[in-house]
Ligand binder design. Structure first.
Ligand code: AMP
Ligand code: MG
Length: 494
């Protein structure tokens, strides 16, 4: 007799239950020889799962898609999206599957999904697969973002499939298990607005309100308020990205969540030398998604969401457009307010100063970084050290900058005294360790080319504690050699 299948997660699948017609039920493609590469034990526990069971033979089979765990109802979700400004009416989960939802130990509903689990009805010409390198990359960067306190999808596991994936050369394949507040995207709304109509968009909007914005359930204008609430989360999210030098790289509307989490780590990267035009993605030659353009793009994406909601906002189209436009216009100011809060914290300033004067002080510091091509992370860390009485690093960095002493005088005059709380906030706003691009590439190269996971594990440990400087990790705080950064490129969906 067969032993009963282990119960990995207590699934409760509202998307399947409430949104029939928004997805295709589907099964993952089995892997020929699954091997567990990485399991996020803390996250497993958070989801109410037993890490030892997930790491067992049966667990690895489940994480590879070879056997669908009890309670899971795998589906491929339908969505559309504006990619680099052009509309693709039919995207969807081409290489992903939503296994189901669980309630975590904090009472939050979370999606558990695969990436790289084979072809689906939405695969178009793709193979539905994911190579090991990109799966490990998403694991590293998403966990780094989480450690930095930035809303993000998480990574639960990476399993090597034992099958090769055909890219520009054959590469080992993998399945990443991703955990998200949900996978509803701006592109999900676009899909149903384009192919169906306001009733279906309303079903989706009601679902999103119930799941992510329950306070709006009794609103007199729930759909306008939904737009404003999503805009508010994105305004803050992008400000938080800018505070750590993060460049998403592919801010298409299908890669923007309604929940406000960062999603889809493809050609993303952390900036080293400060430059608003920094971009690393091989497919973004026009710099549409450059570091300094991200707020404008978020606003553009929100306007696409707004268009899908117009019929729900008001039966009078003109009035609906007017109301939605006010929300979209307000985004710029809301983002500026979050940006100011993020950068005040980075400079160790309280919030009592005059906003324009503080913006000037911040901008002048950033301008110095830009002109001197200084490393963004190191410069703010040096500023943090100076705020705690150790000015040597800052002096060293700025030795060549003629009028930096003037800036420092203004900085000191603006905040002569810092309370322990203000200093602590400054520390938390200025990480010592980000996933440096050369370290990420070295870790992935060792894993993929030499089957050596030690550099990946080491880097992961470093970026999981980004704020405390450790003598043993000094080299992880250092920028890449400039020859590396000059030619560094990241790739999408590989
Ligand atoms: P991404 O660039 O990963 O955000 O994906 C954009 C769209 O392309 C989504 O609909 C994906 O499901 C699809 N896609 C990306 N890579 C593949 C692949 N290897 N096979 C099938 N579909 C893919
Ligand atoms: Mg995507």
């Amino acid at each position: 007799m067969n032993a009963p299948a282990p119960r990995f997660f207590a699934f409760d699948n509202t998307y399947v239950r409430d949104l029939e017609g928004f997805y295709a039920p589907w099964k993952p493609t089995p892997a020929s020889k699954p091997v567990l590469i990485r399991l996020n034990e803390a996250l497993a526990r958070e989801l109410g799962a037993n890490p030892a069971v997930l790491a067992s033979l049966a667990g690895v089979e489940a994480l590879a898609g070879n056997r669908v765990p009890e309670g899971a109802e795998p589906i491929a979700q339908a969505y559309a999206g504006h990619q680099f400004g052009g509309f693709s009416p039919q995207l969807g989960d081409g290489r992903a599957l939503l296994l189901g939802e669980v309630i975590d130990c904090q009472g939050q509903r979370r999606d558990i999904a695969f990436k790289g689990s084979g072809r689906t009805p939405f695969s178009r010409n793709g193979d539905g697969k994911c190579a090991l390198g990109p799966a490990l990359r998403e694991y590293l960067i998403s966990e780094a973002m989480h450690a930095l306190g930035i809303p993000t999808t998480r990574s639960l596991a990476v399993v090597a499939t034992g099958d090769m994936v055909r890219r520009d050369r054959p590469l080992p394949g993998a399945v990443l298990t991703r955990v998200a507040a949900s996978h509803v995207r701006v592109g999900t709304f676009e899909f149903f607005a384009t192919h169906q109509g306001p009733e279906q968009v309303k079903r989706l909007a009601d679902y999103v309100i119930a799941r992510h914005y329950p306070a709006l359930a009794n609103s007199t204008q729930p759909y306008l308020d939904l737009l404003a609430a999503v805009a508010e989360r994105q305004a803050e999210l992008v400000a938080r990205w800018l505070g750590v030098g993060f460049i998403h790289g592919v801010m298409n509307t299908d890669n923007m969540t309604l929940s406000g989490e960062t999603i889809d780590y493809g050609p993303c990267a952390f900036m080293e030398a400060y430059s608003p035009s920094a971009v690393f993605s091989s497919i973004d030659s026009g710099g549409r998604y450059a570091y300094g353009k991200q707020a404008g793009i978020a606003r553009w994406n929100l306007a696409r969401l707004a268009e899908t909601l117009l019929p729900l906002i008001d039966a009078d189209t003109q009035r609906a457009v007017k109301l939605a436009t006010e929300v979209i216009d307000a985004f710029t100011e809301r983002h500026a307010a979050h940006w100011l809060a993020v950068f005040r914290a980075k400079l160790g300033l309280d919030d009592t100063g005059e906003a324009d004067a503080d913006r000037g002080l911040i901008d002048d510091f950033l301008l110095t970084l830009k002109h001197q091509q200084l490393d963004f992370t190191l410069a703010f860390r040096a500023l943090t050290a100076a705020a705690t009485g150790d000015a040597a690093r800052l002096q060293g960095l700025m030795a060549e900058v003629p009028d930096f002493a003037d800036w420092q005088t203004r900085w000191l005059a603006r905040q002569p005294i810092r309370t322990p709380a203000l200093l602590a906030a400054m520390q938390q706003a200025n990480p010592a360790y980000i996933p440096r691009n050369h370290r990420v590439e070295a870790a992935l190269d060792a894993a993929v080319e030499h089957n050596d996971l030690a550099p990946f594990e080491r880097l992961l440990a470093v970026i999981q504690s980004p704020f405390d400087e450790r003598a043993a990790d000094t080299e992880y705080g250092e920028p890449a050699p400039s020859e590396f950064t000059k030619t560094y490129m990241t790739f999408c969906g590989t």
